[in-house]
Design a binder for this molecule. Structure first.
Ligand SMILES: *[C@@H]1O[C@H](CO)[C@@H](O)[C@H](O)[C@H]1NC(C)=O
Ligand SMILES: *[C@@H]1O[C@H](CO)[C@@H](O)[C@H](O)[C@H]1NC(C)=O
Length: 410
């Protein structure tokens, strides 16, 4: 009798201890989250290709596994210097083609001859022409693929070391999923998968909410079945901000699709907004210049901007596009040069697009760009010609993957 009660006491104590320790584990987030793991069928070694543990993947090269990275930057843009500093810290090799100063005549030639019917605003026409210069520079090079970024984008210091290697692995899996068995290719030469598997990769955008944002975003509008019907892969990325620190639209969107914390989705594009960072093949560049976004307005198409032309082509199946959600490039808050142009032209008042407006309060609170964990917007990581500081940033911040900002722990 005594022995039995001692045993049940012991059991009771053990049970209590495990409940208490589980509670503490839970409270301190030590319970490992289950992540969707991917198999990479093109990995030559016997490695499982599981995504979620990033340590095993080597950093990507200075052009993020593309043939080149081009930045679209207007002449005299004040952002060029800071872009170059951020690239040096991160270890990126950027090519910034010289752009002309667009004239009224260039804009008139671009627009539909009857101006009162034109849908393309002055600044938008100039941005469109600028992207074209970059597309032509890419086609004149030997590169097979290119990433094109706008000059006001921000990214995380772990872009090259963690985020891109994980995204590349996901792209290879998605390509295999979509195209079935394809002859093996060398993932070192084609880290984003065979360039026959995709036409365009959206790595920087303002959201792909699978329909027009005006129809509603996230919980109450989107459902797991919306994602289930698209080709997609999920993968853990430890550098991703927690849900509460994501742009409110992104957070609600991922919640509505029941995507776990710190997990990205690479999926077939449906309604990708903005062209902050997009990767293309040579064939895509030719098509953008000739039939998808030619440099003359066609009023019958009702297309108001370059990014809208690409969105339409991806949505309507002219191009096969992938969207990475959340994106790894996002434009920094600040005065938009395009909007400034239009203000000058008295065409419209500066109005923040809905996605920017919804994210503004959080950007000010976090002192980070929307959906970027540890980026350049707060200013600490600019080195302004101080080589010693550059070295420190490369070694201690990027090299160690530590967000060494005042008031932030690594
Ligand atoms: C230009 O378009 C407007 C609006 O459709 C129309 O009223 C006007 O007649 C057109 N002008 C010319 C010269 O075609
Ligand atoms: C990075 O890798 C890609 C793919 O193998 C290659 O085309 C590109 O030239 C490389 N970039 C650099 C700077 O080595």
């Amino acid at each position: 009798m005594l022995a039995r009660s001692a045993r049940s006491n012991t059991l009771f104590i053990l049970l209590t201890l495990s409940v208490v320790s589980l509670y503490f584990l839970y409270k301190h987030n030590k319970i490992p989250t289950v992540r969707t793991t991917l198999r990479d069928p093109y990995e030559h070694d016997d490695h499982s290709g599981a995504v979620g543990t990033s340590v095993a993947l080597p950093p990507s090269n200075g052009t993020l596994g593309f043939g080149a990275i081009y930045a679209v930057s207007a002449p005299g843009s004040t952002r060029k210097g800071r872009l170059a500093q951020a690239a040096a810290v991160t270890g990126l090799e950027l090519t910034i083609p010289d752009l002309p100063t667009w004239t009224d005549k260039d804009v008139d030639d671009f627009r539909w001859h009857n101006k009162s019917e034109s849908l393309v605003l002055v600044g938008t026409a100039k941005a469109w022409l600028s992207h074209h210069v970059v597309l032509r520079a890419f086609l004149e090079s030997d590169a097979q693929t290119a990433l094109i970024i706008e000059d006001d984008v921000d990214w995380d210091i772990r872009l090259r070391t963690t985020q891109v290697p994980l995204a590349q692995q996901a792209a290879r899996s998605l390509g295999a999923l979509r195209t079935g068995k394809r002859p093996p290719y060398d993932p070192v030469e084609q880290p984003w998968g065979s360039d026959q598997d995709w036409d365009l990769l959206y790595l920087g955008h303002c959201g792909d909410y699978l329909n027009d944002v005006l129809w509603g975003v996230g919980v109450g509008h989107h459902h797991p079945s919306d994602l289930a019907k698209l080709d997609h892969v999920l993968y853990g990325d430890p550098t991703m901000p927690h849900r509460t620190n994501l742009h409110p639209f992104t957070a609600s969107f991922l919640t509505s699709l029941v995507v776990p914390e710190q997990t990205r989705v690479l999926h077939h594009s449906v309604w990708p907004l903005c062209t902050f960072g997009y990767a293309i093949t040579r064939h895509t560049a030719e098509r953008l210049l000739k039939d998808i976004a030619p440099p003359h307005e066609d009023p019958a198409r009702h297309i108001t901007a370059y990014d809208a032309a690409i969105l339409t082509a991806c949505r309507d199946g002219q191009l096969y596009c992938y969207t990475l959600t959340p994106e790894v490039f996002h434009h920094m808050e600040g005065e938009s040069l395009i909007a400034g142009e239009e203000e000058k032209a008295k065409e419209r008042k500066i109005v923040r697009p809905p996605v920017d407006a919804a994210g503004l309060e959080q950007v000010k609170y976090r002192k980070e760009t929307s959906n970027i964990g540890c980026g350049f917007a707060s200013g600490e990581f600019y080195w302004e010609g101080d080589e010693g500081k550059l070295q420190y940033l490369q070694d201690e911040v990027v090299g160690q993957g530590k967000c060494l900002k005042e008031g932030r722990y690594p």
